[in-house]
Design a protein around this ligand. Structure first.
Ligand code: GDP
Length: 297
């Protein structure tokens, strides 16, 4: 998918480069291609439309500097506009964990990479910031998920809340809160249960947990390969739970930049981190420039 977008743009920009001057018609032609390419990259129609309009407004009337070709100039305008939408003004890579123990709520659909990401972020907090982290699994429906978090914890040297059979998610959350306070932890991370699709029971459960712990951060983990579905998931979770940011996983695959752009534009919430593999250190702070560069090829 990236190839389509990049190729399409580079084709247009090559043509522009040869023309030697940036006319209004050039900008229009280029942006028509940008729009089609964004749609193909799974950016939703209103987002693509708004984006192109914004770029059009910026590009129109801009004089072409002598040092760059018209093609390069359009690329730069589109690139900067992408970065602008994607960045916002948040501090992306810094989690709010003042006032210990700070609760971090991890939410998302099953299979999105939620448990893996919980482990990755816990390790990052421990290694980079020297924080004491406690992790707890609230997935009472899948005992294997609870075991998975315990195994990850042992692997990365982060404590997990002992598993007590038969407890409800809210009770586990309360126990985690208590344990985090008593144990002198800086942060406790709650890995909530996911479903294959959004359902009311899941949402209610996450809402109840949220009300019990008042999270400092609520991070939605979404599979970056799922495109438009990821955007819908983000919209829904943000409306019901209120998220403070998104972690896009599987960005090591041939994921589309489109999901990132739409998600940011639709929810207004920042993408904070990207998952880049299965290993525990395969996570990075989201870099708008990199995604914009990837979209432009
Ligand atoms: P959960 O059901 O949301 O908790 O999902 P898991 O954390 O169990 O992850 C599901 C699968 O996706 C596992 O095999 C993970 O190793 C894998 N996974 C998670 N994040 C990434 C990522 O960023 N890149 C890749 N390639 N795989 C990932």
């Amino acid at each position: 998918m990236f190839e389509n977008l990049s190729e399409r743009l580079s084709g247009v920009f090559d043509r522009l480069t040869k023309q030697g001057a940036l006319s209004e018609e050039d900008v229009k032609t280029a942006l028509r291609e940008v729009r089609v390419a964004l749609l193909e990259a799974d950016v939703s129609l209103p987002v693509a439309r708004d984006f192109v309009k914004k770029v059009q407004d910026q590009a129109t009337g801009q004089s072409v500097t002598k040092s760059v070709t018209p093609g390069q100039q359009v690329v730069k305008i589109v690139h900067d506009a992408l970065v602008d939408v994607l960045r916002g003004d948040e501090d992306l890579g810094t989690l709010k964990i003042d006032n210990p123990p700070a609760p971090i709520l991890m939410v998302g659909l099953q299979g999105s990479g939620k448990t893996t990401t919980t482990g990755k972020l816990a390790k990052r907090l421990k290694d980079k910031e020297g924080k004491r982290v406690l992790m707890a699994s609230l997935d009472v429906y899948r005992p294997a998920a609870m075991d998975q978090l315990a195994v990850l914890g042992a692997q990365i040297g982060v404590d997990t809340l002992p598993i007590v059979a038969g407890q409800k998610p809210v009770d586990i959350a309360k126990r985690a809160k208590q344990q985090a306070a008593l144990g002198g932890y800086d942060v406790y991370m709650l890995d909530t249960a996911g479903r294959l699709q959004i359902d009311e029971v899941l949402m209610q459960e996450v809402e109840d947990v949220r009300d019990v712990v008042s999270p400092r951060e609520t991070l939605l983990v979404v599979d970056g390969l799922t495109g438009q579905v990821a955007v819908e998931v983000a919209e829904e979770f943000d409306a019901k739970i209120g998220i403070s940011g998104v972690v896009l996983t599987r960005m090591d695959g041939d994921g589309r930049g489109g999901a990132a752009l739409s998600m940011r534009a639709v929810t207004g919430k920042p993408i904070r981190f990207v998952g880049l593999g299965e290993k525990m250190d395969a996570i990075e702070t989201f870099e708008p420039e990199r995604v914009a560069g990837r979209i432009l090829g």
